[in-house]
Design a protein around this ligand. Structure first.
Ligand code: GRF
Length: 227
């Protein structure tokens, strides 16, 4: 059994948001902080690998610190070293991938072990990778959704923190489905961050278990529960 929670080394707890595009998840998180749904949390820096990402412009308009490390043509490890440096400079506790279209190097994952979250627009492990909503729609699933998970060295694979599901409607196309999934993402990311920063959870195998709940699988062997 593995126990884990992020060690909070600062107050407030500092998020480093990484994005490559429009940044609607970033804006949803910023809105949650502004409206008091993530007490004790602040965005320390917004980082992009794309100079003209709309999300970076939005961060600047909000007056948040930003950093751009252009990825094009650069070796992954070299880019990641710069990004890690930027995050450390802003004393980031928890890294939030919000549409960051880069795979992280093993060195990045090790530098922020168990402190990197990602959101993916499918019910993992179904439909990892690009255009997950279109993959799901074309596969013909009747239930779709999104997943917030810790990041490990495999694509869209780490421990699942939470998922939100929605019905696929007869009237949907891939675009309308993606729009309704995105609305779920915006709520799900805030909820997942709140769970993680609370520190009140344990990881058992692949299972994220809020502390104080035994979980069905453990009910038969309570002696195996950690303190
Ligand atoms: C979202 O669908 C997210 O699940 C995926 O990338 C997209 C980013 O959208 N990882 P946005 O930039 O947050 O609007």
């Amino acid at each position: 059994m593995e126990k884990m929670s992020i060690a909070v080394n600062s107050s407030p707890l500092k998020l480093g948001v990484l994005l490559s595009g429009r940044g609607s998840n970033f804006l949803a998180i910023a809105g949650s902080i502004r409206e008091g749904r993530l007490p004790g949390v602040e965005i320390a820096v917004v980082v992009s690998n794309v100079a003209d990402a709309p999300g970076i412009g939005a961060a600047q308009e909000l007056g948040l610190p930003t950093a751009v490390f252009v990825s094009k043509g650069r070796p992954r490890a070299e880019l990641d070293a710069d990004v890690i440096g930027g995050l450390r400079e802003h004393r980031v506790d928890l890294v939030i991938l919000a549409g960051y279209m880069r795979l992280l190097s093993p060195g990045f994952i090790a530098a922020f072990q168990n402190r990197i979250l990602n959101i993916h627009p499918s019910l993992l492990p179904a439909f990892p990778g690009l255009e997950a909503q279109t993959q799901a729609f074309e596969y013909g699933v009747k239930v779709a959704g999104c997943t917030v998970h810790f990041v490990d060295e495999h694509l869209d694979h780490g421990v699942i923190i939470l998922q939100r599901a929605i019905a696929v409607l007869e009237t949907d196309d891939a675009h309308s489905l993606a729009g309704r999934i995105l609305a779920e993402e915006h709520a799900a990311y805030t909820e997942a961050i709140a769970r993680v920063v609370s520190g009140a959870y344990e990881i058992r195998g692949r299972r994220f278990v809020p502390r104080g709940t035994s979980g069905a699988a453990d009910a038969a062997s309570p002696q195996s529960l950690p303190e």
